[in-house]
Design a binder for this molecule. Structure first.
Ligand code: HEM
Length: 436
C-alpha cells in the first residue's frame, strides 16, 4: 500500500543552492546559461527534437549505466527501445501530475507510493558503436567485443563487430570503440557497451529507482556492463560547482542557451555528412577518470593552479581576477602567467584554428570508495556532447596528452556513444528514425 509522506514544501519550490544568484558572493554573475547545478524543476518535458540531460543544467545526482544488448533480432531491439521510451516517459513526467507537497522516488512498485514526483529526472539514451556492427569508424581501432553471450570485458581489437541488427550503414560517421590514448589505463570491462543510459535527478534515490525500474522492465533485452554514479555539489561558495581536485569545473563552457552555438558545437551535422536519422542527436563521450587525490593533495597551491591555469578559490584565469574573465594567452607569449602546458591553455588555446574544437561539457564527480591498496577511488566522470567526435573530443584529448595534470589522473573507463534524437509525439519512440 501507499506510504504516507509528510507534506513539505515541494523540492522545486525551494531555491536550489545552485540556482544563479542564490549564494551570496563576490563573483560576477555567470554569462547566461553557464553550467551550474540544476535549477529547480518538477519535471522536464519528455518530448522534443532533442533529448533532455544534454543541455539540461546538471542535476545533483547521476548514474551512467552501459549495457550489452541481448535482443535477438531487430524486432526485439525495437521492442527494447519502445519499452525504454515508455518507461522513461512515465518516470520523467511522473506518470501523473504530482500533487503539491508529495514526494516519492519514481517507481510504481507500490512500496514507494503511488504518487510520483519526477524530481528533475532526465533519462538520456545513447547507442554505442558495437550495436551497429560493421567497421570501426575512422580510427581503425576495432569494434567492441560486446556480445549477446555476456562476455563483457574482452579486448577492443576485434576488427569488425557483427552487424546483428542490420544497422552498419546507419552508424553515425565517427562512432567507434573508444581508443586508448597515451597515459590511459583502460579496463575494457569498464568501457564501451551497446547502449548507455545517463540518468540524472535532484536526488540519488530517484536516480537509483529509475535505473532499477528501467532494468526490471527491459530484462532479457539488455544486460548491465558497467555503471558509475555521479554527483555535483552546490557552488562553494559561488559561481560554478567544483570537481574533486577542488577547482571550479565548467566555467568556460559554451552557452547552452545560444542555439547557434549549440547547432555548431553539439547537434549532429545536417549537411549530409551524417545519416539523416541522426538530426537532433549528438556524440556522447564519457571518460571515467580517476584522480590520484592523495598525490594531488601533497602538491602546493601554486603548482596546482599552474597545472590548471586558473586560481583555485575564485576560478579566475591566472591572467584575470574574476571567474568569468577571459584567459589572456595572447598578451602572454612567454607564458608567464598561464604556462604552455596548463590544462585550459591546451584544452582551448583560443586560436582561430582551435575554435571548432570547443566542446560542451557536463561532468560529474564520482566516489567509489577505495582500491585494493587502500587508496581513495574517486575522480571525474568527464562527459561531453559533441557535434563531431573527431573534430572536438579527440582533437582536444590529443592536445592534452602530455599536460602536467596527466601525472595526477588515470582514465580507466567510459566510451563513445551517440545520444539519440528526441522523442516527438505520443507514438514516437527512441530510435524510431534509425530502425523505421
Ligand atoms: C576546463 C579540470 C579532463 C577539456 C577545465 C577546468 C578545470 C578542468 C578545473 C577549468 C574550469 C572550466 O573552464 O571548466 C579537469 C580535470 C580533468 C579534466 C580535473 C580530469 C580529471 C578534461 C578532459 C577534457 C577536458 C579529458 C577533454 C578532452 C576541458 C575543456 C575546458 C576544460 C575544453 C575548457 C577550457 C577553456 O575553454 O578555457 N578542466 N579537466 N578536460 N577542460 Fe578539463
Amino acid at each position: 500500500g501507499a506510504i504516507a509522506v509528510a507534506p513539505a514544501a515541494p523540492v522545486w519550490a525551494v531555491p536550489h543552492p545552485g540556482a544563479p544568484g542564490h549564494a551570496p558572493g563576490t563573483e560576477a554573475a555567470p554569462p547566461t546559461g553557464a553550467a551550474t547545478a540544476a535549477a529547480p524543476s518538477a519535471s522536464f518535458p519528455f518530448e522534443g527534437p532533442t533529448q533532455q540531460g544534454i543541455l539540461t543544467p546538471p542535476q545533483a545526482a547521476a548514474a551512467f549505466a552501459a549495457f550489452d544488448v541481448t535482443a535477438a533480432d531487430r524486432g526485439e531491439l525495437e521492442a527494447l527501445l519502445r519499452t525504454l521510451t515508455e518507461r522513461a516517459r512515465f518516470l520523467t513526467t511522473g506518470g501523473a501530475p504530482a500533487p503539491v507537497g508529495i514526494t516519492a522516488p519514481p517507481a510504481d512498485s507500490g512500496v514507494l507510493g503511488p504518487v510520483i514526483d519526477p524530481d528533475g529526472l532526465t533519462i538520456t539514451v545513447s547507442l554505442g558503436a558495437s550495436l551497429f556492427g560493421g567497421g570501426s569508424g575512422t580510427n581503425g581501432n576495432g569494434g567492441s567485443s560486446s556480445s549477446a553471450n555476456g562476455s563483457a570485458g574482452g579486448t577492443s581489437t576485434t576488427p569488425t563487430a557483427p552487424d546483428r541488427f542490420g544497422l552498419a550503414a546507419q552508424k553515425p560517421r565517427a562512432l567507434r570503440t573508444m581508443e586508448d590514448f597515451p597515459n590511459d589505463d583502460l579496463d575494457r570491462s569498464q568501457c564501451d557497451g551497446d547502449l548507455l543510459l545517463q540518468i540524472c535527478a535532484n536526488n540519488r534515490d530517484t536516480v537509483t529507482h529509475a535505473l532499477r525500474d528501467l532494468m526490471r522492465t527491459t530484462r532479457g533485452g539488455m544486460q548491465l556492463r558497467w555503471r558509475t554514479e555521479g554527483f555535483v555539489s552546490p557552488p562553494r561558495p559561488s559561481g560554478t560547482p567544483r570537481n574533486l581536485m577542488g577547482f571550479k569545473d565548467g566555467t568556460a563552457n559554451p552557452d547552452p542557451s545560444d542555439p547557434d552555438e549549440m547547432a555548431a558545437l553539439v547537434w549532429a551535422a545536417t549537411d549530409g555528412s551524417e545519416p539523416a536519422w541522426t538530426a537532433g542527436g549528438t556524440y556522447h563521450v564519457v571518460r571515467r577518470i580517476r584522480m590520484l587525490v592523495e598525490f594531488w593533495d601533497r602538491v602546493n597551491l601554486r603548482e596546482q593552479e599552474g597545472m590548471i591555469g586558473r586560481s583555485r578559490d575564485v576560478g579566475a584565469p591566472l591572467t584575470g581576477k574574476h571567474e568569468f574573465d577571459e584567459p589572456d594567452f595572447s598578451s602572454d607569449p612567454a607564458a608567464d602567467s598561464i604556462q604552455m602546458g596548463a590544462h585550459i591553455r591546451l584544452a582551448n588555446p583560443r586560436t582561430p584554428e582551435s575554435t571548432g574544437s570547443r566542446m560542451f561539457r557536463r561532468g560529474y564527480n564520482y566516489d567509489a570508495g577505495l582500491d585494493v591498496n587502500g587508496n581513495l577511488d574517486m575522480g571525474l566522470v568527464f562527459t561531453t556532447f559533441n557535434q563531431d567526435l573527431e573534430r572536438q573530443f579527440v582533437t582536444v584529448q590529443k592536445r592534452l596528452a602530455d599536460e602536467a595534470l596527466s601525472d595526477y589522473i588515470s582514465p580507466f573507463g567510459g566510451g563513445y556513444f551517440f545520444a539519440l534524437p528526441g522523442v516527438q509525439g505520443a507514438d514516437d519512440w527512441f530510435g524510431s528514425g534509425l530502425l523505421a
